[in-house]
Ligand binder design. Structure first.
Ligand SMILES: Cc1ncc(COP(=O)(O)O)c(C=O)c1O
Length: 449
């Protein structure tokens, strides 16, 4: 019987009666047809569900991609020039943005964005704790204070209904993160920003091609930032980009990322700096890799989403496995990671750590994801640092500490399970292997506890 067609109630009834194998003969074929040994958990010495490797990452074309990179190498022009400009044009078009500025990485894309929009000392920035460290770093590095907004555990995104209560007199911006490549609720975020006159800088560093109501993530706020680091769905080793529609702001980004030289200045001028600047220019060979990678992005994004939907359909009835939800406004998810929540109560109290170990033993690479970044020692150390003590009063620093309480996020960090995006580039059969491994652990949960 097709596991997709059995109801959750049937599944639970069959599972608790010990006859899961009978109703999931396709899901766990070994149980129905083979020896008992085949159903033994791999972590206990049985055969793993899967021994074949999943697709690796990054991938490239030995002819076309290598030729593009070699042509840059052979040109001797490795620093920012026409290949970067070509990438910027194409990426802006792909995103549906007026302009794109390529940078050395996503961290510097975010730093540049905050700087040119005037976020700095004295300001507060609203941000979710369920993110990569760089999102929080850039706020502190700008001299501003991050104010944590708890996570919506169903979507893994910033909880839009908890934003307003965190707004204070010094709030300057919201920094939503489309974490895992799943869009945050941009209708609510933008409405709040408009009402309170706040800037919106989107951290779309994991969300290439994700869409909210048909518009690409990264184009929905004042500026949007992307990462092209090696693990990312659009990779070039290290790289980043800012997209935006406002020419004046984008000119400022360009200038800031190029030592404060005026917009468009590509010559090595030694005077005429128009503002304080830094240097975070993308190199030509990085852009060449991106141009090659971009050719596959649409097809890969489609495949990831199809496989993600299929995987969800296979595991959503398993007690204790709570698939992620997408907001109603999401027209496309990018799936940098595929997440679900694991409830140990339904697995005889089997800890997430042991569940992950059992899943890995079955041949399924997986991770528990982020720890609560807001509780990391760096946070308090930064608030206690000499610079922050000089910049802020005790009251201001205490407000930052007091707001740093996100119980839903704490719980989510204990329950999350992630699959890396390259697993979703495989076949339907690959998804079946993942689902079968989860079901196998579920059925054998009492043997692990
Ligand atoms: C959510 C998020 N923001 C920012 C960054 C920083 O990007 P980069 O590593 O390119 O500096 C990353 C990178 O992993 C990220 O995942």
């Amino acid at each position: 019987m097709n596991m997709n067609r059995i109801t959750r109630r049937q599944f639970i009834a069959a599972a608790s009666a010990g006859s899961l194998a009978a109703v999931t003969s396709r899901a766990i074929p070994a149980y129905g047809n083979l020896s008992k040994e085949a159903g033994k958990l791999a972590i206990l010495g049985g055969q793993p569900v899967r021994t074949k490797a999943f697709p690796g990452w990054p991938i490239w074309d030995e002819n076309a991609d290598e030729e593009l990179v070699l042509s840059v190498l052979r040109s001797g022009v490795w620093s920012r020039a026409k290949v970067v400009a070509e990438f910027e044009k194409k990426y802006a078009e792909l995103m549906g943005a007026k302009r794109c500025l390529a940078t050395t990485n996503g961290t510097n894309a975010l730093l540049t964005s905050l700087h040119v929009l005037g976020v700095g000392i004295g300001d507060e920035v609203l941000v979710p704790p369920y993110t990569f460290i760089a999102t929080i770093d850039v706020i502190f590095l700008s001299g501003a204070l991050p104010i944590m907004v708890d996570t919506d555990p169903e979507t893994f995104q910033i909880n839009p209904d908890k934003i307003e209560e965190k707004i204070g007199e010094h709030t300057k911006a919201i920094l939503p993160v489309h974490i895992l490549g799943l869009p945050a609720n941009m209708d609510k975020i933008n409405a709040i920003a408009k009402k309170h006159n706040l800037l919106v800088v989107e951290d779309a560093c994991q969300a290439w091609m994700a869409e909210w109501r048909g518009k690409k993530c990264g184009t929905l706020g004042d500026l949007g930032c992307f990462s092209f680091q090696n693990s990312k769905n659009l990779p070039c080793g290290e790289g980043g980009a800012i997209v935006g529609d406002n020419d004046e702001i984008m000119d400022r980004c360009y200038s800031y990322h190029n030592f404060g030289r005026p917009y468009g200045e590509t010559e090595l001028t030694l005077s005429g700096y128009v503002r304080l600047g830094t240097k975070c220019r993308m190199a030509e060979y990085q852009a060449a890799i991106l141009l090659a990678q971009m050719k596959r992005l649409e097809e890969q994004t489609k495949r990831r989403a199809e496989n993600a939907n299929y995987l969800t359909s296979r595991i959503k009835e398993v007690p204790g496995i709570i698939p992620h939800k997408l907001y109603e406004g999401v027209t496309r998810a990018a799936y940098h990671l595929y997440p679900f929540r694991y409830k140990k109560e339904n697995f005889n109290g089997l800890s997430r750590r042991k569940f992950l170990a059992a899943l890995k033993a079955e041949g399924i690479p997986c991770s528990g994801g982020y720890d609560p970044i807001n509780k990391d020692p760096f946070f308090e150390r930064t608030l206690r640092s000499r610079n922050f003590q000089k910049m802020y009063s005790k009251e201001r620093l205490n407000r930052c500490r007091e707001q740093n309480h996100c119980p839903d996020n704490d719980q989510l960090c204990k329950e999350a399970v992630w699959f890396f995006h390259s697993l979703l580039l495989g076949t339907k059969k690959d998804m079946d292997d993942i689902a079968d491994a989860i079901l196998k652990i579920y059925e054998n949960r009492d043997k692990l506890t």
